[in-house]
Ligand binder design. Structure first.
Ligand SMILES: O=C(O)C(=O)Cc1ccccc1
Length: 314
């Protein structure tokens, strides 16, 4: 059966660029979805074999829709991640000048990253958020379009035959978005030596130091955290769960033991996967395990425990 990949569509989104960067089977089927929820639904139902969704942006932070889907509903696993530079262009139909632009459409995450530019160059324009940047470009291209311009990726402008009115309209030229490749639960990718583990932790009860205890499970085992985000559980004000990304693979003793520690102190843990890190090649400072926290240290301690449990105390 060919590989069927669900992604936030339509054609020309940054998510499609991320899917292509993940080097999919080119003979597979690309299934554009109208929202992140539809991407998850397609993978959960089996209508797609896997899916791609934006998770976080270096300027705007977490993509709420994706995080909510990861936390709730039938669990999916992250099998891979990819970071894509996001460059925004303002597109319109041919003949439209910047001064003519009164109504601008784009994705909420794109809008948040272009606010400074819009305030400076189009202070009077109304802004509209739609399901994706490419959906905005497609809408602008339609006859009788409700918007004068769309903020989208260059490929979207080309795909929908629009003209670039202004380029580089993002407030940060170095912005990047991290996308995740989602699969139904199954065998994990093998450890590569530069992996990431994602999970959601639900605390047992609310007490002073509860979050410190959670973080301590990682700290004492020398596991570096790369993301911590609190999200409401939906059970009332003040009720939160914690989305964490940690360096390492659950197959490594250091990470496995940290997860066992969490299991003992948390009400619930949702494991979201161990997968190769997208920034493995670009790491500036190589990871140096703290004293007593190398894989060899864990292995040696485990063997020692097995020996004393067997009465071999010499
Ligand atoms: O709308 C898109 O093209 C997406 O893929 C979502 C998005 C929007 C803005 C930055 C990164 C991803």
């Amino acid at each position: 059966m060919p590989n069927r990949y669900a992604y936030l569509g339509p054609e020309g989104t940054f998510t499609e660029a991320a899917l292509r960067a993940l080097r999919p089977d080119e003979s597979g089927e690309f299934i554009p979805c109208s929202g992140v929820d539809a991407v998850f639904a397609a993978v959960r139902s089996g209508a797609a074999d896997s899916g791609v969704a934006p998770l976080e942006n270096s300027v705007e932070g977490g993509v709420t829709a994706t995080i909510a889907e990861l936390i709730n509903g039938a669990p999916l696993l992250i099998a891979a991640e990819v970071a894509v530079p996001v460059e925004f262009t303002l597109f319109a139909r041919e003949g439209v000048r910047l001064a003519d632009v009164k109504r601008v459409a784009t994705h909420a995450h794109a809008l948040a990253q272009c606010r400074g530019w819009l305030a400076e160059h189009l202070p009077d324009a109304e802004t509209f958020t739609v399901s994706s940047t490419a959906a905005a470009a497609r809408a602008v291209a339609e006859p009788g379009a409700p918007y004068d311009a769309a903020i989208a990726a260059r490929v979207a402008g080309e795909r929908y035959h629009l003209t670039a009115v202004a380029e580089g309209v993002g407030d940060r030229s170095d912005a990047a978005t991290r996308f995740v490749h989602l699969v139904r639960p199954g065998p994990l990718p093998a450890p590569t030596g530069a992996d990431r583990t994602s999970l959601v932790a639900f605390l047992s009860d609310d007490h002073p130091g509860a979050l410190v205890e959670l973080l301590d499970q990682f700290a004492v085992r020398g596991v570096n955290l790369t993301r911590l985000e609190s999200r409401p559980t939906g059970d009332g004000l003040g009720r939160y769960c914690f989305c964490l990304d940690a360096d390492g693979h659950v197959a490594e003793a250091r990470v496995g033991e940290a997860l066992m520690g969490l299991r003992r102190i948390c009400k619930d843990i949702r494991f979201l996967g161990s997968y190769p890190r997208a920034d493995a090649d670009t790491e500036l400072t190589p990871f140096m395990p703290a004293r007593g926290t190398s894989n060899a240290d864990f292995h040696e301690a485990e063997q020692w425990l097995a020996h004393i449990r067997a009465g071999q105390v010499a």
